[in-house]
Design a protein around this ligand. Structure first.
Ligand SMILES: *Cc1c(COP(=O)(O)O)cnc(C)c1O
Length: 373
């Protein structure tokens, strides 16, 4: 038994982050009125190089990244945006914030990402964008979705909040879709506390995103579009610079941990382990297993038992977005059946796979799970 809870995710914050923050605090430059202070600029440059995109625009959160991206492509009232329901609420929320309507598509049961077939079924004249989500860190099949919308005036915005460090067909996530949105929230693979980044190869969208980030200004008091205050602070960016340097090592630890967990659990019947498509590298944000024959009650019981053993297994996402109260009421009249999403939400649970796990903790966690089952 371990004294401490084995947490589902935890940030790795050390002396270097503390020092970087202290330097910013002592410099007196906490933020920049145009959103382009020295630390933010340094962080954006590093980030764009890391993912292999021409431009990175740092913002205040992953949700801000999604909302700003939708504003940049001109999504608004009357438009539809296809999103998975099996995701964090922010994906759909960002669509509603623009006045457009989220249309929920079903998932692929092997990757848990949105199914291109379901996206296709939901395309209409009003579809303005599709937001595939790289769930648990597994890149969504962006090429299949790009193919569906080819020649149409429909954008693909990748919600990569969970997949920083992943790759798709040899390209880093962040350089695959027209626009990619990342989150740097405390539980993500790297963090600035709160924070987000939008990446793109398109100079027009990069410029526009910078304006939207700062009240629609192209220079002080020259407001040329509708914007917001979505600036990242210098403090956040300073943490980001240090975290991004650590990221490759942290990712390598996640990958190794996933391998060890897979080995330990590979013989457990009734347990579907994460499937990795042949042409991708998983970011291993979460290690999600599925109890193939379980209902929600049995799955929840397993989660409780693991938690009683101080292993913080968790369910992402117990309630798909279309069944959350506000969304259920708003979309009452829609009869979109999301059978695979609903079934999956009753059967999955996620295990810690983060960079700070020790081999002893992994052994304890996997053996506990096997014993309980
Ligand atoms: C975390 C997350 C977001 C939102 O990011 P925040 O930084 O918390 O605003 C959006 N989409 C997904 C899939 C996420 O996991």
């Amino acid at each position: 038994m371990f004294k401490e809870f084995i947490r589902i995710n935890e940030p790795s914050i050390g002396d270097e982050e503390v020092k970087a923050v202290e330097e910013v605090l002592r410099s007196g430059v906490l933020t920049d009125k145009s959103g382009m202070g020295p630390k933010v600029t340094e962080f954006e440059k590093m980030f764009s190089q890391f993912v292999g995109a021409k431009y990175a625009v740092a913002v205040s959160s992953g949700t801000a990244a999604l909302h700003a991206a939708l504003m940049a492509i001109g999504v608004g009232p009357g438009d539809e945006v296809i999103v998975p329901s099996f995701t964090f609420v922010a994906t759909a929320e960002a669509v509603l914030l623009t006045g457009a309507k989220p249309i929920f598509a079903d998932i692929d049961e092997t990757t848990y990402c949105v199914s291109p077939e379901s996206v296709e079924e939901n395309l209409t004249r009003r579809t303005k964008a599709v937001i595939p989500v790289d769930l648990y860190g597994h890149p969504a099949d962006i090429d299949a979705i790009k193919e569906l919308v080819e020649g149409k005036d429909i954008f693909v915005i990748e919600d990569a909040a969970q997949s920083l460090g992943a790759s798709y067909k040899g390209k880093n996530v962040g350089s695959v879709a027209t626009i990619t949105c990342f989150s740097l929230y405390a539980s993500k693979n790297m963090t600035t506390g709160e924070g987000g980044v939008v990446t793109t190869d398109d100079e027009y969208y990069a410029q526009l995103l910078k304006r939207i980030r700062c009240h629609g200004e192209d220079r002080p008091y020259s407001v040329v579009t509708l914007g917001h205050n979505y600036r990242m602070t210098e403090i956040q960016a300073a943490i980001g610079v240090v975290q991004l340097k650590k990221l490759p090592k942290m990712q390598e630890a996640r990958r190794k941990n996933a391998e060890t967990i897979t080995e330990a659990l590979s013989k457990v019947e009734d347990l579907a382990l994460p499937q990795v498509s042949p042409d991708v590298q998983h970011a291993w944000h979460l290690y999600t297993v599925r109890l193939k024959k379980a209902n929600a009650a049995r799955r929840n019981k397993l989660v409780e038992k693991l938690r009683s053993k101080r292993i913080s297994a968790a369910v992402y996402y117990e309630t798909p977005v279309h069944l959350l109260q506000y969304y259920r009421e708003m979309f009452k009249s829609d009869r979109n059946m999301l059978r695979r999403t609903e079934k999956t939400s009753r059967q999955v649970l996620s295990l810690p796979v983060h960079q700070n796990l020790t081999p002893e903790e992994i052994e304890y966690m996997t053996q506990s799970l096997i014993k309980i089952l």
